[in-house]
Design a protein around this ligand. Structure first.
Ligand code: HEM
Length: 162
């Protein structure tokens, strides 16, 4: 990949990762505001906003991060499974995308109903877990990206490219 092309993909990659992290922080704020303290009106507002506006921008930024990461891996010396730091990020990204669809998204209708003051019951743990798990995994991915630890996965199979 040409240096200028690589930089463009890298900008998109870092921007989408940053957007994803920001949305995660927003989820943490809305879950905390919706389930802990404050007036019933404020809690309801937070939960309805959480249920309505969050999962799809989060999935979009996660997929852009994944696609740009794949392009960077394929197009540079780093490869996709040639270095541990990239391979682990790939697993983290795929796992988080699956969790957004299978764990976060299904709880959103409940959050809206609960926030609207209906008799709906809400699984508090199911709402607290996504921001905790996702923020931890994304922080780890960011640290891996910067420090690039652990070297190559299998030196014989994937010799370093210049
Ligand atoms: C899980 C979320 C991810 C986050 C938060 C993240 C974050 C970052 C950041 C901040 C950088 C810039 C590091 C630097 O320039 O020193 C980077 C670079 C990179 N990322 Fe990711 N990334 C993620 C997922 C992925 C995935 C899924 C892949 C590929 C399978 C990937 C492949 C790469 C590669 C190859 C680079 C180096 C590009 C280069 O310098 O040419 N990333 N990532």
């Amino acid at each position: 990949m040409r240096p200028r092309t690589r930089k463009l993909w890298l900008v998109l990659h870092i921007a989408s990762a940053g957007a994803w992290l920001g949305i995660d922080v927003l989820v943490a704020v809305l879950v905390a505001a919706g389930l802990l303290g404050g007036s019933a009106e404020r809690r309801g507002l937070a939960l309805r906003a959480l249920g309505t506006f969050v999962w799809w921008p989060m999935l979009t930024s996660a997929l852009i991060c994944l696609i740009t990461g794949l392009v960077l891996g394929w197009g540079t010396k780093w490869g996709l499974i040639r270095y541990w730091w990239v391979a682990v990020k790939l697993v983290l990204n795929l796992t988080l995308c699956t969790l957004i669809l299978l764990a976060l998204r299904p709880t959103m209708a409940e959050a809206i109903a609960y926030g609207a003051g209906t008799q709906a019951v809400i699984d508090r743990t199911a709402l607290f877990m996504p921001p905790i798990v996702s923020l931890t995994a994304l922080s780890l991915a960011t640290v891996l990206s910067v420090y690039k630890p652990w070297g190559r996965t299998a030196k014989a199979l994937y010799p370093a490219r210049r």
